[in-house]
Design a protein around this ligand. Structure first.
Ligand code: CA
Length: 220
């Protein structure tokens, strides 16, 4: 089920969108403040964002630009003025589509589906010479394929989406294994060890995945 993040401060409109998208089989999250968006995207990895332009806290343009520094996930910008669309296009923010208010919720659902179809439903993270292609579970560093296993890919993908944040082994296990199987701490350590070895083989002087003694791991 695709996860749609609705960023909209007009509560009625947000609820209308939520209802229509839910009826079409999407799972939705609503945020009404611009300041919460980037953290939410990093943590919850939506498949698409409906991003209102005028928001309390931080405007949609700024948010779009920041998201584009680490992810190519589909973004549909929503604006209250038709004239704004030309200006936004000129700024090359990297949004995938633009919708003008007032709109019919049906039209929004159709656009969401079209953009998701175009994007193939998966995203790519790019940071520090690293490209993580979530469609193929493929990771490359400075153009060299890292040859990661699925578990190594998931670990790196998760850590890289949340740079600087320290995750305990338990938290990483929860993210990597969706079932309730019992995995020891050592399992994560051993996957991380192999992952770091593969990263070091390409870039020996860069430590992308760091360990924090007694706590866990983080992406630099
Ligand atoms: Ca607004």
């Amino acid at each position: 089920m695709s996860k749609i993040l609705i960023v909209e401060d007009e509560q009625k409109l947000a609820e209308l969108l939520k209802d229509y998208l839910a009826q079409s089989g999407f799972s939705t999250t609503v945020l009404d403040n611009g300041l919460e968006v980037v953290a939410n995207v990093r943590e919850n990895r939506p498949d698409l964002i409906l991003l209102d332009l005028m928001l309390p806290g931080r405007d949609g343009m700024d948010i779009c630009k920041e998201i584009r520094t680490f992810s190519n996930l589909p973004i549909i910008m929503v604006t209250a003025k038709v004239e704004e669309i030309d200006r936004l296009l000129g700024l090359e923010l990297g949004a995938d589509d633009y919708i003008c208010k007032p709109f019919s919720p049906r039209e929004v659902v159709a656009r969401v589906k079209a953009v998701l179809r175009r994007s193939g439903g998966a995203t790519t993270i790019q940071t520090k010479g690293l490209i993580l292609d979530e469609t193929r579970y493929q990771a490359s560093l400075h153009g060299t394929d890292l040859g990661l296993t699925a578990v190594e890919f998931k670990l790196l993908d998760f850590l890289a989406a949340n740079p600087g944040r320290i995750y305990s082994r338990d938290q990483l296990m929860d993210k990597i294994y969706s079932d309730d199987r019992i995995v020891s701490d050592r399992t994560i350590d051993s996957h991380i060890k192999k992952l770091r070895k593969k990263l070091a083989a390409v870039a020996p002087d860069e430590e992308l995945v760091g360990s924090v003694y007694g706590v866990g791991y983080k992406f630099i």
